[in-house]
Design a protein around this ligand. Sequence first.
Ligand code: ATR
Length: 277
Amino acid sequence: MTDRYAVFGHPIGHSKSPRIHALFATQTGQNLSYTAHDVPAENFDHALDAFFASGGKGINCTVPLKELAHGRADILSERAERAKAVNTLAVDEDGRLYGDNTDGVGLLRDLTVNLGLALQNRRILLLGAGGASRGILQPLLAEQPERLFVANRTVEKAIQLAGEFDDLGPVTGVGFDALSGRQFDLILNATAASLSGDLPPLPAGVLAPGGVCYDLAYGNQPTAFVRWGQEHGAARSVDGLGMLVEQAAEAFYLWRKLRPETGPVIALLDRERSLAA
Ligand code: ATR
Protein backbone atom coordinates (compact mmCIF):
# COMPACT_ATOMS: atom_id res chain seq x y z
CA MET A 1 0.00 0.00 0.00
CA THR A 2 1.23 3.42 -0.95
CA ASP A 3 1.10 5.86 1.98
CA ARG A 4 -0.62 9.09 1.03
CA TYR A 5 0.44 12.63 1.97
CA ALA A 6 -0.68 16.03 0.73
CA VAL A 7 -0.25 19.76 0.99
CA PHE A 8 -3.35 21.90 1.56
CA GLY A 9 -3.38 25.62 0.79
CA HIS A 10 -5.02 28.37 -1.22
CA PRO A 11 -3.70 29.20 -3.74
CA ILE A 12 -1.64 26.03 -4.23
CA GLY A 13 -1.02 25.84 -8.00
CA HIS A 14 2.65 26.77 -7.91
CA SER A 15 3.57 24.69 -4.86
CA LYS A 16 6.93 22.95 -5.16
CA SER A 17 6.14 20.60 -2.26
CA PRO A 18 4.91 17.62 -4.37
CA ARG A 19 8.13 17.76 -6.39
CA ILE A 20 10.30 18.04 -3.26
CA HIS A 21 8.62 15.09 -1.51
CA ALA A 22 8.77 12.98 -4.67
CA LEU A 23 12.52 13.63 -4.84
CA PHE A 24 12.88 12.74 -1.14
CA ALA A 25 10.88 9.52 -1.64
CA THR A 26 13.03 8.43 -4.60
CA GLN A 27 16.23 9.27 -2.74
CA THR A 28 15.25 7.26 0.36
CA GLY A 29 13.39 4.43 -1.45
CA GLN A 30 10.04 5.19 0.19
CA ASN A 31 6.73 4.15 -1.35
CA LEU A 32 4.50 7.20 -0.95
CA SER A 33 2.41 9.71 -2.85
CA TYR A 34 2.23 13.46 -2.16
CA THR A 35 -0.35 15.64 -3.87
CA ALA A 36 -1.36 19.33 -3.77
CA HIS A 37 -4.95 20.24 -2.86
CA ASP A 38 -6.53 23.65 -3.33
CA VAL A 39 -8.30 24.14 0.00
CA PRO A 40 -9.75 27.54 0.94
CA ALA A 41 -10.13 28.19 4.68
CA GLU A 42 -13.88 27.50 4.69
CA ASN A 43 -13.31 23.97 3.32
CA PHE A 44 -10.44 23.09 5.61
CA ASP A 45 -12.28 21.01 8.24
CA HIS A 46 -14.11 18.99 5.64
CA ALA A 47 -11.03 18.40 3.45
CA LEU A 48 -8.93 17.39 6.46
CA ASP A 49 -11.55 14.95 7.80
CA ALA A 50 -12.04 13.40 4.36
CA PHE A 51 -8.30 13.00 3.78
CA PHE A 52 -7.62 11.22 7.07
CA ALA A 53 -10.87 9.19 6.98
CA SER A 54 -9.74 7.74 3.64
CA GLY A 55 -6.43 6.58 5.15
CA GLY A 56 -4.15 9.59 4.47
CA LYS A 57 -1.06 9.62 6.71
CA GLY A 58 -0.08 13.26 6.89
CA ILE A 59 -0.52 16.74 5.47
CA ASN A 60 1.37 19.97 5.19
CA CYS A 61 -0.61 23.18 5.53
CA THR A 62 0.36 26.47 4.00
CA VAL A 63 -1.25 29.92 3.66
CA PRO A 64 -3.97 30.54 4.88
CA LEU A 65 -4.42 27.32 6.89
CA LYS A 66 -1.62 27.15 9.47
CA GLU A 67 -3.65 28.70 12.31
CA LEU A 68 -6.64 26.48 11.51
CA ALA A 69 -4.39 23.41 11.49
CA HIS A 70 -3.12 24.47 14.91
CA GLY A 71 -6.73 24.44 16.09
CA ARG A 72 -7.32 20.93 14.76
CA ALA A 73 -4.29 19.17 16.28
CA ASP A 74 -5.00 16.86 19.24
CA ILE A 75 -1.37 17.04 20.36
CA LEU A 76 1.08 19.87 19.62
CA SER A 77 4.86 19.96 19.53
CA GLU A 78 6.33 22.64 21.77
CA ARG A 79 7.45 24.67 18.76
CA ALA A 80 3.97 24.54 17.18
CA GLU A 81 2.44 25.66 20.46
CA ARG A 82 4.80 28.65 20.58
CA ALA A 83 4.22 29.53 16.94
CA LYS A 84 0.44 29.12 17.31
CA ALA A 85 0.65 27.68 13.81
CA VAL A 86 0.99 24.17 12.37
CA ASN A 87 2.48 23.35 8.96
CA THR A 88 2.69 19.57 9.43
CA LEU A 89 0.04 17.12 10.67
CA ALA A 90 0.61 13.41 11.21
CA VAL A 91 -1.87 10.80 12.34
CA ASP A 92 -0.68 8.46 15.12
CA GLU A 93 -1.66 4.79 15.75
CA ASP A 94 -4.59 5.87 17.91
CA GLY A 95 -5.92 8.11 15.16
CA ARG A 96 -4.95 11.32 16.96
CA LEU A 97 -3.58 14.27 15.00
CA TYR A 98 -0.10 15.43 15.95
CA GLY A 99 0.66 19.02 14.91
CA ASP A 100 4.16 20.33 14.37
CA ASN A 101 5.74 23.44 12.88
CA THR A 102 8.90 22.79 10.85
CA ASP A 103 9.27 26.30 9.35
CA GLY A 104 11.58 27.64 12.05
CA VAL A 105 13.94 24.70 12.06
CA GLY A 106 13.92 24.77 8.23
CA LEU A 107 14.99 28.42 8.20
CA LEU A 108 17.66 27.84 10.83
CA ARG A 109 19.11 24.89 8.97
CA ASP A 110 19.31 26.91 5.77
CA LEU A 111 20.96 29.84 7.57
CA THR A 112 23.41 27.93 9.75
CA VAL A 113 24.18 24.75 7.77
CA ASN A 114 23.63 25.62 4.10
CA LEU A 115 24.78 29.25 4.27
CA GLY A 116 27.23 28.67 7.12
CA LEU A 117 26.12 31.70 9.17
CA ALA A 118 26.74 32.00 12.91
CA LEU A 119 23.97 33.99 14.59
CA GLN A 120 25.33 34.20 18.11
CA ASN A 121 25.95 37.83 19.17
CA ARG A 122 24.69 39.06 15.78
CA ARG A 123 22.23 41.91 15.34
CA ILE A 124 19.17 40.53 13.58
CA LEU A 125 16.31 42.47 11.99
CA LEU A 126 13.06 40.64 11.23
CA LEU A 127 10.67 42.46 8.91
CA GLY A 128 6.97 41.72 9.43
CA ALA A 129 4.88 40.63 12.40
CA GLY A 130 2.46 38.13 10.83
CA GLY A 131 2.31 34.35 10.91
CA ALA A 132 5.60 33.88 9.06
CA SER A 133 7.47 35.88 11.73
CA ARG A 134 5.69 34.14 14.58
CA GLY A 135 6.88 30.75 13.28
CA ILE A 136 10.58 31.61 13.37
CA LEU A 137 11.09 33.75 16.49
CA GLN A 138 11.74 30.89 18.91
CA PRO A 139 14.53 29.20 16.90
CA LEU A 140 16.11 32.58 16.05
CA LEU A 141 16.28 33.58 19.72
CA ALA A 142 17.67 30.15 20.61
CA GLU A 143 20.77 31.09 18.58
CA GLN A 144 21.45 33.86 21.14
CA PRO A 145 21.70 36.92 18.91
CA GLU A 146 22.93 40.14 20.50
CA ARG A 147 19.49 41.62 19.80
CA LEU A 148 16.53 40.90 17.56
CA PHE A 149 14.37 43.75 16.26
CA VAL A 150 10.94 42.99 14.81
CA ALA A 151 9.91 45.88 12.54
CA ASN A 152 6.39 46.16 11.21
CA ARG A 153 4.24 48.65 9.30
CA THR A 154 1.61 48.33 12.06
CA VAL A 155 3.86 49.02 15.07
CA GLU A 156 1.43 47.61 17.65
CA LYS A 157 1.66 44.15 16.07
CA ALA A 158 5.47 44.20 16.31
CA ILE A 159 5.33 45.23 19.97
CA GLN A 160 2.73 42.59 20.76
CA LEU A 161 4.68 39.83 18.99
CA ALA A 162 8.00 40.78 20.63
CA GLY A 163 6.22 40.72 24.00
CA GLU A 164 5.08 37.14 23.41
CA PHE A 165 8.67 35.95 22.93
CA ASP A 166 10.75 38.20 25.19
CA ASP A 167 11.11 35.45 27.80
CA LEU A 168 13.35 33.67 25.26
CA GLY A 169 15.84 36.45 24.55
CA PRO A 170 16.38 40.16 23.76
CA VAL A 171 13.63 41.01 21.26
CA THR A 172 12.14 44.46 20.58
CA GLY A 173 9.14 45.46 18.43
CA VAL A 174 9.45 48.71 16.44
CA GLY A 175 8.13 50.62 13.43
CA PHE A 176 10.26 51.07 10.30
CA ASP A 177 11.07 54.69 11.22
CA ALA A 178 12.88 53.49 14.37
CA LEU A 179 15.47 51.71 12.19
CA SER A 180 17.26 54.89 11.10
CA GLY A 181 20.79 55.00 12.50
CA ARG A 182 20.81 51.29 13.38
CA GLN A 183 22.72 48.50 11.66
CA PHE A 184 22.07 44.77 11.40
CA ASP A 185 24.20 41.79 10.41
CA LEU A 186 21.22 39.79 9.16
CA ILE A 187 17.93 41.11 7.78
CA LEU A 188 15.11 38.61 7.29
CA ASN A 189 12.04 39.55 5.26
CA ALA A 190 8.88 37.87 6.53
CA THR A 191 6.41 40.44 5.21
CA ALA A 192 3.92 39.65 2.50
CA ALA A 193 5.30 42.68 0.61
CA SER A 194 7.64 40.59 -1.56
CA LEU A 195 4.77 38.62 -3.05
CA SER A 196 3.34 41.81 -4.55
CA GLY A 197 6.80 43.03 -5.61
CA ASP A 198 6.79 45.71 -2.87
CA LEU A 199 9.50 46.50 -0.36
CA PRO A 200 9.20 47.49 3.27
CA PRO A 201 10.52 51.07 3.69
CA LEU A 202 14.10 50.41 4.84
CA PRO A 203 16.45 53.31 5.62
CA ALA A 204 19.79 53.32 3.75
CA GLY A 205 22.65 52.04 5.91
CA VAL A 206 20.52 49.58 7.89
CA LEU A 207 22.54 46.65 6.55
CA ALA A 208 25.94 46.39 8.26
CA PRO A 209 29.03 45.92 6.05
CA GLY A 210 29.30 42.19 5.28
CA GLY A 211 25.65 41.71 6.30
CA VAL A 212 23.27 39.13 4.85
CA CYS A 213 19.72 39.49 3.47
CA TYR A 214 17.27 36.59 3.49
CA ASP A 215 13.75 36.60 2.05
CA LEU A 216 11.45 33.89 3.40
CA ALA A 217 9.52 34.12 0.13
CA TYR A 218 10.92 32.65 -3.08
CA GLY A 219 10.28 32.76 -6.77
CA ASN A 220 11.76 31.99 -10.17
CA GLN A 221 13.02 35.59 -10.28
CA PRO A 222 14.88 37.32 -7.43
CA THR A 223 12.32 38.93 -5.09
CA ALA A 224 12.23 42.70 -4.55
CA PHE A 225 13.94 42.22 -1.19
CA VAL A 226 16.69 39.98 -2.61
CA ARG A 227 17.37 42.68 -5.21
CA TRP A 228 17.42 45.34 -2.46
CA GLY A 229 20.10 43.31 -0.66
CA GLN A 230 22.16 42.95 -3.83
CA GLU A 231 21.93 46.68 -4.47
CA HIS A 232 22.91 47.56 -0.88
CA GLY A 233 26.12 45.54 -0.73
CA ALA A 234 24.92 42.38 1.05
CA ALA A 235 27.59 39.67 1.32
CA ARG A 236 24.77 37.23 0.48
CA SER A 237 21.20 38.04 -0.55
CA VAL A 238 19.08 34.93 -1.00
CA ASP A 239 15.47 33.83 -1.05
CA GLY A 240 13.66 31.08 0.87
CA LEU A 241 14.08 28.13 -1.50
CA GLY A 242 16.50 26.47 0.93
CA MET A 243 14.10 27.01 3.83
CA LEU A 244 11.28 25.47 1.80
CA VAL A 245 13.29 22.31 1.14
CA GLU A 246 14.54 22.13 4.75
CA GLN A 247 11.06 22.48 6.31
CA ALA A 248 9.89 19.74 3.93
CA ALA A 249 12.78 17.50 5.01
CA GLU A 250 11.81 17.96 8.65
CA ALA A 251 8.18 17.04 7.86
CA PHE A 252 9.40 14.00 5.89
CA TYR A 253 11.45 12.98 8.91
CA LEU A 254 8.43 13.29 11.19
CA TRP A 255 6.38 11.06 8.89
CA ARG A 256 8.96 8.51 7.71
CA LYS A 257 11.67 8.64 10.40
CA LEU A 258 14.24 9.13 7.65
CA ARG A 259 16.26 12.25 6.91
CA PRO A 260 16.61 12.96 3.19
CA GLU A 261 19.70 14.73 1.88
CA THR A 262 18.59 18.27 1.12
CA GLY A 263 21.66 19.64 -0.70
CA PRO A 264 21.07 17.88 -4.03
CA VAL A 265 17.34 18.75 -3.96
CA ILE A 266 18.01 22.46 -3.37
CA ALA A 267 20.62 22.44 -6.14
CA LEU A 268 18.24 20.73 -8.58
CA LEU A 269 15.31 23.11 -7.88
CA ASP A 270 17.67 26.07 -8.19
CA ARG A 271 18.86 24.84 -11.60
CA GLU A 272 15.29 24.21 -12.76
CA ARG A 273 14.17 27.71 -11.88
CA SER A 274 17.17 29.29 -13.60
CA LEU A 275 16.07 27.48 -16.74
CA ALA A 276 12.44 28.61 -16.23
CA ALA A 277 13.42 32.25 -15.63
P1 ATR B 1 1.82 35.86 7.02
O1 ATR B 1 1.03 34.87 7.80
O2 ATR B 1 2.26 35.37 5.67
O3 ATR B 1 2.98 36.44 7.78
P2 ATR B 1 0.08 38.10 7.57
O4 ATR B 1 -0.22 37.58 8.92
O5 ATR B 1 -1.01 38.67 6.73
O6 ATR B 1 0.77 37.01 6.65
O7 ATR B 1 1.24 39.19 7.73
C1 ATR B 1 1.74 39.85 6.64
C2 ATR B 1 2.90 40.75 7.10
O8 ATR B 1 3.39 41.47 5.97
C3 ATR B 1 2.48 41.79 8.12
O9 ATR B 1 3.57 42.01 8.98
C4 ATR B 1 2.20 43.00 7.23
O10 ATR B 1 2.27 44.24 7.88
P3 ATR B 1 0.99 44.81 8.70
O11 ATR B 1 0.91 44.02 9.96
O12 ATR B 1 1.33 46.24 8.95
O13 ATR B 1 -0.18 44.62 7.80
C5 ATR B 1 3.30 42.86 6.22
N1 ATR B 1 3.07 43.57 4.95
C6 ATR B 1 2.21 43.22 3.96
N2 ATR B 1 2.32 44.07 2.92
C7 ATR B 1 3.29 44.97 3.24
C8 ATR B 1 3.89 46.09 2.57
N3 ATR B 1 3.50 46.45 1.35
N4 ATR B 1 4.87 46.77 3.22
C9 ATR B 1 5.28 46.41 4.47
N5 ATR B 1 4.74 45.36 5.14
C10 ATR B 1 3.77 44.65 4.54
